[in-house]
Design a protein around this ligand. Structure first.
Ligand code: NAD
Length: 498
C-alpha cells in the first residue's frame, strides 16, 4: 500500500484533530481501484476519550438556549452550501456516486440541517392549566446526553446529516463513527461544522470498525445510538445497545418491490423503474430492485426496460470532465458478490435479459464496475429474489394480479419501501392499505422521505421504536419531563394582591 499522497483521515476528539500513526483500513477510489486514504482503527481508548469529551461538553451545551443552538446550524447550512461542489467531489471520489447523484444526496442532507434550524419550534411542550384547582401541568423536552451515530458506506454525507444536526440541535453532544469505507466526506462535514463555531467536545469523530462500535455500545455514558447499515449488524446494535440500557434506533437493509399494473403509463413507469433500480448503482436501501409486473404489463414493459438498462453509460466518477450515468460499486469484493448473485439467478432459471457482467471501462481497468442488469422470470425461491443485492440489478417477477403481487411483496423479511404504478385509484388505494412496508410510493419509484417525515422502515429494515428524521427523531433525541405545579394563593402576604 503506497503511503504517499494519501488523504488525511484524522479522528476529531475534544476539538483536536488526531492523526493515527498505525495502519488502518484501506479507503479506495472505486473508479480506479487505487487506495486514497487509510481509515484509522479506533478502539476502546479513542472511544473513551471521545465519549468523555462529549460528556464534559454536555452541561454547557444543554444550557445553551435553543435559538443559539439553531444559529450554529444556520451558519453550518451556509458553509455546506458554499462548499457544495467540494463535498460532492469527495463523495464521488471515495464512494463512486456520479456528481449528479452526490448532489441529490447532499440536498437531502442539507434539508436535515434546515430542519434542525427550526429546533426552537420543535422543542415546544404542552401545557394544561387547572388540571385540578390551582394546579397546572406542562411537558418539557430535554436532551439526554451523549448520542452516538454509526453510519454505512452508501450515503457518506446524507446519513451522518440525518443524525448529528438534529441530535446536537436538541442539546445533546455527539460521537460520530463513519463507515471505514467512506470516512473522508465525514471529516469534511465536521471541519465545516468546526468552522461554523462548534463548541469544543460537542461533536467528535472516531474512525474504526467493529472494535470501535463495540466500545461505543458498552460505554456507560452513551445514552442514545442511531445506526444505519445492514440488517444483521442493525439487529446486533439494537440488541446489545438496549441490553446496555441505551435508547437505540437501528435502520437495516431492504428489498423493495415496485408493482406495475397493466394500466400504468409505460414511459413513466420505465423511467421510474430504471432510476429506482440503477440509480446510485443500486447501492441504496430504497432501491427498487424488483419489478412485479402484472398481467400484460410484463410483455409491454420488458423491452423498454432492457433498452433503458442498455443505454446506461458506466464510467469513472472521480473526474468532473465526463460524468457517466452510473459509477462503480464500492469495492471489488462487493462487485464480485453482486456478479455471483446474478449468475446464481441464471443457474436457477432466471433469464438474463440485459447482462452487465462483462462491462469494462477502458480508461479505468482497475475500477469496480459492472453494467445495469435485468433478470426476467425471477422466482421467489431464488437467492437473487430473497437477498438484498445492493447492486445495479433489476429482477422482474411476473404476476397474475395485484393480489398475488401484494402477497409476494408481503412475504419479504424486510419492510422499507414499496411502490405501485397505475392509473387506477382503486388499485393504488388497495396497495397502500395492504402492502407491508413503511414507505409507500404511488407512481413514485423511490418514496424515500424528506427531513420532516420519519424514515419509516418496518420489520427487518428497522429495529427500535422511534425512527430517524422528523418529529419521531426529536422524540428520540429528547426525554420528556412532565411538571405539575401548584402555587398556594389566598395568603395575607401575597404581594400581587396589594
Ligand atoms: P454495514 O452493516 O456493513 O456497516 C454499517 C456500519 O456498521 C459501519 O459503520 C461499519 O463499520 C459498522 N459495522 C460493520 N460490521 C459491524 C459489526 N459486525 N459490528 C459492529 N459494527 C459493524 O453496512 P454497509 O455495507 O456500510 O451499508 C450498506 C447497508 O446499509 C445495506 O444493507 C443498506 O440497505 C443499509 N442501509 C439502510 C438504510 C436505511 O435507512 N434502512 C440506509 C442506508 C443504508
Amino acid at each position: 500500500m503506497t503511503t504517499t499522497s494519501l488523504h488525511p483521515c484524522p479522528h476529531f476528539i475534544g476539538g483536536e484533530w488526531i492523526h493515527s500513526k498505525d495502519a488502518g483500513y484501506p479507503v479506495y477510489n472505486p473508479s480506479t481501484g487505487g487506495v486514497i486514504a487509510e481509515s484509522p482503527l479506533g478502539g476502546a481508548s479513542e472511544v473513551h476519550a471521545a465519549v468523555e469529551a462529549a460528556a464534559a461538553a454536555f452541561p454547557s451545551w444543554r444550557d445553551t438556549p435553543p435559538v443559539e443552538r439553531a444559529r450554529l446550524f444556520f451558519r453550518y447550512r451556509h458553509l455546506v452550501e458554499e462548499n457544495f461542489d467540494r463535498i460532492c467531489s469527495c463523495i464521488a471520489l471515495e464512494h463512486g456516486k456520479t456528481l449528479a447523484e452526490a448532489r441529490g444526496s447532499l440536498y437531502r442532507g442539507l434539508e436535515n440541517i434546515e430542519y434542525a434550524c427550526g429546533i426552537p419550534s420543535l422543542l415546544f411542550g404542552d401545557t394544561l392549566e387547572n388540571i385540578a384547582r390551582n394546579v397546572d401541568c406542562e411537558t418539557m423536552l430535554q436532551p439526554l446526553g451523549v448520542s452516538v451515530g454509526i453510519t454505512p458506506f452508501n450515503f457518506p454525507a446524507m446519513v451522518p446529516l440525518w443524525m448529528f444536526p438534529l441530535a446536537v440541535a436538541c442539546g445533546n453532544t455527539f460521537v460520530l463513527k463513519p463507515s471505514e469505507k467512506v470516512p473522508l466526506t465525514a471529516v469534511l462535514l465536521v471541519e465545516l461544522l468546526e468552522k461554523a463555531g462548534l463548541p469544543t467536545g460537542v461533536l467528535n469523530v472516531v474512525h474504526g470498525g467493529r472494535e470501535c462500535v463495540d466500545a461505543l455500545l458498552a460505554h456507560p455514558k452513551v445514552r442514545t445510538i442511531s445506526f444505519v447499515g445492514s440488517s444483521p449488524v442493525a439487529r446486533h446494535i439494537y440488541e446489545t445497545g438496549t441490553r446496555n440500557g441505551k435508547r437505540v434506533q437501528a435502520n437495516g437493509g431492504a428489498k423493495n418491490y415496485i408493482v406495475v399494473m397493466p394500466d400504468a403509463d409505460v414511459q413513466r413507469s420505465v423511467e421510474a423503474l430504471s432510476t429506482a433500480a440503477f440509480g446510485c448503482a443500486g447501492e441504496r436501501c430504497m432501491a427498487g430492485s424488483t419489478a412485479l409486473t402484472v398481467g400484460k404489463a410484463s410483455d409491454v414493459i420488458l423491452p423498454h426496460l432492457v433498452e433503458a438498462a442498455r443505454s446506461i453509460k458506466v464510467g469513472r466518477t472521480d473526474t468532473p470532465i465526463s460524468q457517466p450515468d452510473m459509477g462503480p460499486l464500492i469495492t471489488g469484493a462487493h462487485r464480485d458478490r453482486v456478479l455471483g448473485l446474478v449468475s446464481s439467478g441464471e443457474r436457477e432459471g432466471a433469464v438474463v435479459a440485459c447482462d452487465g457482467r462483462g462491462v469494462r471501462v477502458a480508461d479505468a481497468p482497475g475500477g469496480f464496475f459492472m453494467g445495469a442488469t435485468v433478470l426476467d422470470h425471477v422466482r421467489d425461491s431464488m437467492a437473487v429474489a430473497r437477498e438484498e443485492i445492493f447492486g445495479p440489478v433489476l429482477n422482474v417477477m411476473r404476476m397474475e394480479d395485484l393480489d398475488q403481487a401484494i402477497e409476494l411483496a408481503n412475504r419479504s423479511a424486510y419492510g422499507n419501501g414499496a411502490a405501485i404504478f397505475t392509473s387506477s385509484g382503486g388499485a393504488a388505494r388497495e396497495f397502500k392499505h395492504r402492502v407491508k412496508a413503511g414507505m409507500v410510493g404511488i407512481n413514485v419509484g423511490v418514496p424515500a422521505t424528506m427531513a420532516m417525515f420519519p424514515f419509516s422502515g418496518w420489520d427487518a429494515s428497522f429495529f427500535g421504536d422511534l425512527h430517524i428524521q422528523g418529529r419521531e427523531a426529536v422524540q428520540f433525541y429528547t426525554q420528556q419531563k412532565v411538571v405539575t405545579s401548584r402555587w398556594f394563593g389566598g395568603r395575607v402576604d401575597d404581594v400581587w394582591k396589594k
